[in-house]
Write a protein that binds this ligand. Structure first.
Ligand code: NCD
Ligand code: ZN
Length: 346
């Protein structure tokens, strides 16, 4: 048996949804994670401080008895967002970031931003007060190939924005390319990047070879193998700019296994075990704590967690559930396609 004890991790990019789905998926995260940056792409989206406070209350009410979990709220940036409302929500401590969805880029992004010019007053206010902007870094122009959308976003949107507003603190969410990893590493202290669990494990072949695998479809879509390898090098590097954001994004099976299937991998249940597996493969178990528990709080200027999480590796593979059963319907747990011997010891 092998084991490793970490400071309790945080998830810097998480979808919890609302209602029955929230109730069903929240325990999967609160079991292992102390805090999470909660994505605001509900229908309707979480745009104002008042909406974020109400959503936070619903999350706290849905927590299992005795769970110690702190939701870190975000606001969904729209072309109508009021800079004063953002500043007030940040000053009260309620809101930890604002999320930029380019309109049409992903699930529930139709209220997102078409043109950054219209939101410059909000971004200037955020730069002034040090409130991070979390970016879904993909362009949406129809002529840009879906596998190129991240690299084109960096060149045509993110880099110009950061040159114009160097004080703005930015998180490149769920990077999926070598270009993304390189850009984050070169960006200085105002730039961070989250990496998901699944993008360390699958490349685009996993989605498409031998039959289409809807449960591996997420956005940004997994890229070529060389990009997966670059993400692994980044995650295990220990560099402070890289931290865990699972992007665990539950959709009921009926909507994943569908003619027009929803994007999202649900990894909340087994993320920590999968990361232990990946970091061990890379000979970097000693850097898992930096990635999952230290670099994120440092970027967000929050204290690290004082409690601990213990991961154990046994000879026998650990059996994770195939699905969790929520009152909204079954949700398939991400299947890495190999046996996993690690698990979190409760
Ligand atoms: C997310 C979702 O379902 O809300 N889906 C996904 O594939 N990651 C949205 C997102 O983060 O892009
Ligand atoms: Zn997401």
């Amino acid at each position: 048996m092998q084991e490793i004890t970490l400071r309790r991790p945080d998830d810097w990019h998480l979808h919890l949804r609302d209602g029955a789905m929230l109730k069903g998926v929240l325990p999967e995260t609160s079991r292992h994670f102390a805090r999470a940056i909660i994505m605001p792409n509900l229908v309707p989206p979480v745009v104002t401080g008042e909406q974020a406070a109400a959503y936070r209350d619903r999350i706290l009410a849905a927590l299992p008895e005795g769970a110690a979990f702190e939701p870190l709220m975000t606001l969904y940036l729209t072309e109508g967002t009021d800079p004063a409302d953002v500043a007030a929500a940040a000053a009260s401590g309620l809101v930890k970031a604002v999320k930029l969805y380019p309109a049409g880029a992903t699930t529930n992004s139709q209220s997102g931003v078409r043109d950054l010019t219209g939101v410059m007053p909000v971004l200037e206010k955020m730069a002034e007060i040090g409130l991070p902007l979390c970016t879904h870094g993909e362009v949406t122009a129809a002529e840009v190939d879906i596998f190129d959308r991240e690299a084109v976003f960096i060149d045509t949107v993110l880099d110009p924005l950061r040159r114009r507003l160097p004080e703005l603190r930015v998180v490149m969410e769920h990077i999926t390319t070598r270009e993304g990893a390189d850009y984050a590493a070169a960006g200085g202290p105002n730039l961070g990047a989250t990496i998901t669990t699944h993008h360390l494990i699958i490349n685009r072949n996993h989605i498409l070879v031998g039959g289409i695998k809807p449960h591996y479809y997420c956005l940004p879509v997994a890229k070529r193998e060389k990009h997966r390898l670059a993400l692994r090098r980044a995650a295990v590097s220990g560099k402070g700019c890289y931290f865990l954001g699972t992007d665990s994004a539950p959709h009921v099976d009926a909507l994943k296994e569908h003619a027009c299937g929803c994007a999202g991998c649900f990894t909340a249940t087994n993320t920590m075990a999968l990361l232990a597996h990946v970091f061990e493969q890379e000979g970097a178990l000693d850097r898992l704590e930096a990635f999952a528990s230290l670099n994120g709080p440092a970027f967000y200027r929050l204290p690290v967690n004082e409690t601990r999480l213990r991961l154990v590796k046994r000879d026998q593979p650990h059996a994770f559930p195939d699905k969790i059963f929520t009152e909204a319907g079954p949700v398939t747990v991400f299947n890495p396609g190999f046996p996993v011997h690690w698990h979190v010891e409760s």
